[in-house]
Write a protein that binds this ligand. Structure first.
Ligand code: PA5
Length: 444
């Protein structure tokens, strides 16, 4: 097995294979619309060909910038939120050692994805006196959360090393022309990378948005992109529906949704996949939750969450299905040793690998959940490495494009994200929001 596998057999007791396959014609039409750019949101389809369009020069430029930051810094703060944050974090957390930091690259720390005063002030205290740099990522260049983090950390960096040296330790990733970050970067003379106009935030992990922090953290961005490129061929518009993994996943989800399964949980059995779940939640939630429609996405980390959400999943309202990401081969090997006294009663596991126990937990849970009315989709990655994460990203991206069209929504906009910003700006009395300020204050 050298590719991601998709197993839909766990949904067929709930929706028939015929039902799933009845989407074939529509799916082919939606694939064609995606590739021809004739469907909804067609100005945001740059991600489709992106993996095969990244050139040697693109890689070289990102790797050179990463090396500069690596030379100057022990810590690099990747500032961004949503699509300007989650992809990089997903890859870095998936590939980093769980306990000791990687020794051959700076530690990448994330900021700008919250407005927690404690988070930012603890970060400032932590970075005081340390060698650090900043990657400031925002497509619009105007998002409040990262802008606040950048203002605070830029001041700290300049105070520590001076304005000149700070300039060499700050890189901006933003729009080619628009936004406050673009003008600030031009004014200050920062190195910049451009986020293409036709790639929305949640589809931008394979642009410098994701690739630069991932390269700084010391991971192989070429392998990541190679995985995505190989997957783009496997789920291309010329691949028949029955063999097309993204089309099948999209059809399975929509069949389940129409059968009343309104919630999808993405589960994993490996703690390093936690942020893959976070990335997926944004990709699917923001792409499909609109016009009063859309599957609600949540993610769970098993087996930890079997001891919390497990009860709900097993016996709560039967409006849920699960998609499990399984890793065929862990990187390490650890066996459970026999114990002469067997005080813990675990000798029946003696000699077994921890992963064998994990896999039996996974199988047992799948059977129990299906018995309890929870359809199960299983995605297997041969190993957890950059190449297969690249495959997984593209598989999910292509599937959400098709799935959004099946749902008859525009999967590439996010109008609902603006509502909270408007209120927040009105409450904070941002210039230009005077009327909204008056209106909102009258409601208090
Ligand atoms: O998917 C999206 O477009 C959003 O989640 C954005 O990525 C997020 O709001 C951050 O926006 P920006 O990169 O403009 O700061």
């Amino acid at each position: 097995m050298n590719t991601l596998q998709l197993d839909l057999t766990g949904i067929y007791p709930f929706v028939s294979q015929d039902t799933v396959y009845s989407w074939a014609d529509k799916s082919n039409a939606y694939q064609a619309a995606l590739h021809a750019g004739t469907g909804l949101g067609n100005d945001f389809l740059g991600w489709i060909k992106l993996p095969s369009e990244i050139s040697e020069q693109d890689f070289d430029a990102i790797e050179a910038a990463a090396r500069t930051l690596q030379q100057h810094c022990d810590y690099v703060i990747s500032i961004g939120i949503g699509g300007s944050y989650l992809g990089a974090r997903a890859v870095i957390e998936a590939l980093s050692p769980s306990f000791a930091p990687k020794t051959d690259a700076p530690q990448v720390i994330f900021a700008g994805h919250n407005i927690g005063e404690d988070y930012l002030s603890e970060l400032v205290s932590f970075l005081r006196g340390k060698r650090f740099g900043i990657i400031n990522i925002s497509k619009s260049g105007t998002t409040t959360e990262p802008a606040i983090a950048f203002r605070i950390l830029k001041a700290l960096l300049e105070e520590q090393v001076g304005k000149e040296a700070a300039r060499e330790r700050i890189i901006a990733v933003t729009d080619k022309a628009k936004g406050a970050l673009r003008s600030l970067a031009t004014q200050e003379g920062y190195q910049t990378f451009v986020i293409p106009d036709d790639i929305g935030g949640r589809f931008s992990v394979l642009t410098p948005v994701g690739l630069l922090p991932i390269a700084v953290a010391g991971f192989d961005i070429r392998e990541l992109v190679r995985g995505a490129r190989d997957m783009s061929a496997l789920v291309g518009e010329d691949v028949a529906f029955e063999q097309n993994l993204s089309a099948l996943y999209a059809a399975a989800r929509n069949s389940l949704y129409q059968a009343g399964k309104k919630i999808e949980i993405l589960g994993n059995y490996h703690p390093k996949l936690h942020y893959i779940g976070e990335w997926w939640k944004q990709l699917y939630g923001e792409s499909e939750g609109k016009d009063g429609k859309g599957i609600f996405n949540a993610s769970v980390d098993f087996s930890a969450d079997l001891h919390s959400m497990g009860q709900w999943i097993q016996e709560g309202e039967r409006n849920i299905f699960e998609t499990i990401i399984s890793i065929a081969q862990p990187d390490s090997e650890l066996r459970i040793a026999p114990d002469a006294e067997n005080l813990d009663g675990l000798n029946y596991l003696a000699g077994k690998r921890v992963d064998e126990v994990n896999k039996m937990a996974e199988l047992g849970v799948r059977m129990a959940h299906m018995d309890g009315g929870v359809p199960n989709i299983r995605i297997t990655l041969p190993q957890l490495n950059a190449y297969y994460i690249g495959q997984l990203f593209y598989f999910f991206e292509k599937a959400v494009g098709i799935s959004g069209y099946m749902l008859e929504v525009n999967p590439f906009n996010q109008p609902g994200v603006e509502a909270y910003k408007k209120n927040m700006f009105a409450l904070l009395e941002k210039p230009g929001y005077e009327e909204a300020t008056q209106a909102i204050k009258a409601r208090l």
